[in-house]
Design a protein around this ligand. Structure first.
Ligand SMILES: [Zn+2]
Length: 155
């Protein structure tokens, strides 16, 4: 029985992987709330199915993080004072959704909206204190220098 469930789950998973969000929503597989948070509808699943799904999700997240070079326990990713979404969007738009340092685009890397002057040093969430950097360049920058790549870059 368990093996059969597993096969079914894999089949679903493969199918889900090919479907865009919109279709998943139409079929009631996922729900998207007002804040854009996507959740799987698991009410109809058995406890065992949920556990399997959960394990699979965790495995995939692990793979994703490893592929992107992120550590699950990278606390720098947990923002305590996040840039408001509207400003974040404006900054990404202004910078052409590319890392200002290496030029990588949003589809190839995780882009961060970085504070030129860190929050810890009194930097604000204003547009002119914000710049788009990929996770790699952002990690290389660190909080110690207040480097702005916006003025110097000519790419
Ligand atoms: Zn970069």
């Amino acid at each position: 029985m368990a093996a059969k469930d597993e096969a079914l789950l894999l089949q679903y998973e493969e199918r889900i992987g090919r479907y865009p969000m919109r279709v998943l929503k139409q079929h009631g597989i996922i729900t998207k709330d007002r804040n854009g948070l996507v959740s799987l509808n698991v009410e109809k699943m058995t406890y065992e199915q949920r556990a399997q799904l959960r394990a699979e999700c965790e495995r995939r997240i692990g793979e994703f993080l490893a592929q992107r070079g992120l550590n699950t326990w990278d606390y720098s990713l947990i923002e305590t004072d996040p840039v408001p979404n509207t400003i974040r969007y404006e900054v990404l738009k202004r910078d052409g959704s590319r890392c200002l340092l290496c030029g990588v685009s949003a589809k190839d890397a995780v882009l961060h909206v970085d504070h030129v002057v860190p929050r810890s040093k009194g930097g604000s969430n204003d547009m002119d204190n914000l710049q788009t950097l990929c996770w790699q360049c952002n990690n290389g920058k660190s909080n110690r220098d207040d480097a702005s790549f916006r003025e110097s870059g000519d790419s």
